[in-house]
Design a protein around this ligand. Sequence first.
Ligand code: GLU
Length: 442
Amino acid sequence: MTTITRFAPSPTGRLHVGNIRTALHNWMLAQKTGGKFMLRIDDTDPERSKEEYTVAIRADLAWLGMHPDGEERQSLRLDHYDAAFEKLRASGRVYRCYETAQELDLKRKVQLGRGKPPIYDRAGLELTDADHAAKAAEGIAPHWRFKLDHSTPITWDDGVRGPQKFDPATLSDPVIRRADGSWLYMLPSAVDDIEMGITDVLRGEDHVSNTAVQVQMFDAMGATPPRFGHEALLVGKEGKLSKRLGSLGCDAFREKDIEPQAIIALLARLGTSLPVEPIADVAALVETFDLSTFGRAPAKFDDADLERINTALVHQLNYGSVQDRLPDGMGEEAWHAIRPNLETVSGAHDYWAIVTGPIELPEFSDEDRAYLAEAAKTLSWGDNPWGALTSALKDSTGRKGKGLFLPLRQALTGQNHGPDMGELLPVLGEETARRRLERAAG
Ligand code: GLU
């Protein structure tokens, strides 16, 4: 059976690093097994869902290189939820309730005060036809709960957490539909997972108790539940659920000039027993994707890791993939000379300014000026002008090490450190190099 995974964001905000990670793992699982990865927009809440977020979610996934094999939108599938609901109603698996939020809150407080768990008391099930008629006469519409079957434990073998077992009597019958007919998350999601043929659901462990309920929904609708895997949550490096991570998304990464490959390489393995490495080849990451490597402890997200991986990946990027982000006129040779010194691609602009000039020179001693005059005369242009220049100067002046190299670097770039001169000198060109040496010689 073909693996079909899905990423199901609610378009009530931008993607953040936590849901990017969930999307990625679902995408990788589909890639690894030659399956399909679906995008499902959970937009049943018309008040909080915004089209601009749906558009941004698609764009962010595309920027990260995760291209869905199809997309569904819950707001276009309401008739499917109605149909499923009617069947559950006919089989007695949903029931009407009228409690207000305040009444439910009070019930919970009373239960907690008596040392009991705050589970819905199923008062709705006790209502008679006359009670319902009286509510209707008052113009009060019911909301609907799904009736959990208390007769057998709920079990599944979780891809990350191992065998799971829940006593359904410890769970409240979930409200699935509001009095105005609108849907809560629980039922539409299960209906879609069935109708989209979803075989595997990977999501955060904050969904574990939803899964317990949904396993019964799948059964009640005559479907086999998909395989589930609940990943440990992503936390800040200090080990706590962090507010900042909840708003850290693609815009922030782009602003810091982080490559999408770096985000992928980090999130693919963070929280697993596999080493987090600067792997640019996403196929290699997909190859090693394995739920059995996922740990139960929260995965710690640290910006320093992301920056480290980004830097290492920038050093591997080929010219073609960055060309349109480089300064005008910067060619392949220059990219290769400068690349090893960069932390981000946009850093190339600073280094390119060294090539185009003007550069600022330090104060040279008389001795160094004489040395640089000699260098200007010695400079010759062949395959390896830097190698030729420095070895000739070594012979003619007896200088070596820093005394040999540093004044040349300073005269040619205005800097004490920087790109490999053997690679940079050809980028500067003979004329500029000679002019700079002569100018530094005074
Ligand atoms: N829209 C839900 C969420 O973002 C989807 C959860 C799920 O994967 O089923 O939490």
